[in-house]
Design a protein around this ligand. Structure first.
Ligand code: MG
Length: 381
């Protein structure tokens, strides 16, 4: 079996009605809206096809050099293909999120192809499933972030079955320095904790938007709320700042969605600043790289809970690992449902848990009835 063709398939359609998995009012998501999604498709000379998407960063210039490398190659030769693509990125002096996202998407599409070749879901090829279903934690990406209104949404999520939830304490860089925002962030966190009680897993995400001074002040206050973790208080370039926060506040910390590959994660593990690593199957080198990140993190006693940009790849990785290595799946409220709009069988949280697709490969199948227009772009040959 040889790879013959690598393509982008771009779909667009119109979604009407709200996302079924968001248990509170969310006016923006209730509107009729245009959705687009891009998939990478790898076709072999036997007719077998690997499909992955929606892909992050669908610019052809990041994909073409890697796609060309795959032409004529055996798609089962996964380790070798990953290494060749990774070294190709370095050879031309690149290594940014877009290049690694292209590598990740191609790697994930190759896993889909291998699963279909073997006639089994990818998590089976990876040694899973390790359990029957996966606990999902809700990341609040929609609704209100007004501290006076968050209690109602937090309780709605708990009532929907979610046993853990994460709230955003940011909007954009240096957010806490804007008038009133430091206090708003802290009040939001305190109100959510009060609404959910002490024995509920609660997380906060700063999305790298604080400076060290505010990060230290806020971390001391947030530590009193006993969060499961505080996420990315600083940009991932500021390891020394992470060290200071850990040393001075002792707060449990998570980061990794902006650390690409095992080599960028390792200094954070060596520095003992992380309790959870969140490297993403879409951004950090694909399923192949994440299996290595899991092995590496486990040696440090750090759990891996991948960032949830596309659960159709993370789910297979998590399902292959014991729950003490990968205990949960991030569930981006609204985004999970929208990103799978074109799929025949979207995987959505039910009662706070996710079950695994059973189809061979990753389980992504396009529902043509939802596609209003599509365009295919050849990446290679
Ligand atoms: Mg995050």
């Amino acid at each position: 079996m040889k790879i013959e063709k690598v393509e982008f398939v771009q779909l667009s359609g119109t979604r009407t009605g709200p996302c079924p998995d968001v248990p509170f009012d969310h006016p923006d998501l209730a509107k009729t809206r245009k959705l687009t999604a891009c998939y990478v498709r790898i076709t072999t000379d036997t007719g077998l096809v690997g499909l992955y998407g929606p892909v992050f960063g669908n610019e052809t210039n990041h994909f073409i050099p890697l796609a060309r490398l795959l032409i004529g190659r055996d798609p089962l030769q996964g380790e070798m293909l990953w290494n060749e693509m990774f070294r190709r990125i370095f050879r031309f002096g690149h290594k940014n999120q877009y290049d690694l996202s292209a590598l990740s998407a191609l790697d994930n599409a190759l896993w889909d192809l291998r699963g279909k070749h073997a006639g089994m879901p990818v998590y089976r090829l990876l040694g899973g499933p390790s359990r029957e279903k996966i606990r999902a934690y809700a990341t609040v990406m929609c609704g209100s972030w007004d501290p006076a209104k968050v209690a109602e949404q937090a309780i709605a999520l708990r009532n929907a079955g979610f046993t853990a939830q994460k709230w955003m304490l940011q909007k954009w860089p240096l957010w806490t320095q804007r008038p009133g925002e430091y206090t708003r962030c802290l009040t939001l966190a305190q109100n959510v904790r009060k609404a959910l009680g002490e024995n509920y897993d609660l997380m906060f995400d700063a999305v790298m938007s604080w400076d060290l001074t505010d990060a230290l002040r806020l971390s001391r206050e947030l530590a009193k709320l006993n969060p499961l973790w505080l996420e990315e208080p600083l940009p991932s370039t500021q390891l020394d700042g992470f060290k200071r926060i850990k040393r001075e506040t002792g707060i449990t910390m998570a980061a990794g969605e902006h650390l690409y590959t095992r080599w960028e994660l390792k200094p954070f593990l060596d520095a003992e600043v992380l309790d959870y690593a969140q490297c993403d199957t879409d951004w950090s080198g694909g399923i192949t790289e994440l299996t290595k990140i899991c092995a590496l993190a486990e040696t440090y006693g750090v759990k891996v809970i991948p960032h949830g940009s596309n659960i159709m790849s993370t789910l297979h990785l998590i399902a292959s690992q014991p729950d003490w290595v990968c205990p949960m799946q991030e569930y981006l409220l609204g985004a999970v449902s929208d990103s799978q709009y074109f799929h025949k069988q979207p995987v959505l949280a039910v009662g706070g848990f996710l079950t695994f697709p059973t189809a061979p490969g990753l389980g992504i199948e396009i529902d043509e009835s939802k596609v209003e227009s599509s365009e295919t772009i050849c990446l290679a040959p």
